[in-house]
Design a protein around this ligand. Sequence first.
Ligand SMILES: Cc1ncc(COP(=O)(O)O)c(C=O)c1O
Length: 198
Amino acid sequence: MAKIARQHNIRLHIDGARIFNAAAALNVPVRELAADADSITFCLSKGLCAPVGSVIVGSRDFINKARRVRKSLGGGMRQAGILAAAGLVALREMTGRLVEDHANARRLAQGLATIPHVRVDLDRVRTNMVYFELTEDAPLNPEQLAERLKTEYNMLMRPYDPRRRNFRVVTHYYITREHVDLAVEAIRALLSEPVAAN
Ligand SMILES: Cc1ncc(COP(=O)(O)O)c(C=O)c1O
């Protein structure tokens, strides 16, 4: 893409919201993924675990223009230091541990794959996200499963796409390997109940 963009004198921006997860999954430095771009944005929240914040990166001239645009759109913020502090923790301490989230996601997917009425495509689990579907003949639909997980296990899991009867589950710093195992066992228990006879 960078080559084509250059040939046509077009600048290339990367929406790298989750680029640190991508880099961890590909085992290459972010620097390498971003090398051919003129600018890039990435999120400090999501996998990197800061409560809020994104960073835009580019040439000095580009950043000066971006600052002006941000200000003119009402995006100025005076007390941003406290958010920047969390962002520094995100960059310094969270990027190196994303492989743990990825390993937990894989563990979750592998556990889910052993549960009757659950469909999960293990090939699609490459970072910290797991999509899984409930089959038509499952004793619970996704909404019912989510409700039971909430009330009986204090586990929050929101169905993702009702048409596909699926969930998107994301692992992160606060989700441990033990949580993953608990989730698998909770889902297994709820889906192995006999279907009500009506
Ligand atoms: C792919 C992608 N790009 C950009 C953003 C925007 O991030 P922010 O709202 O922090 O600017 C998000 C946030 O959800 C995202 O998922």
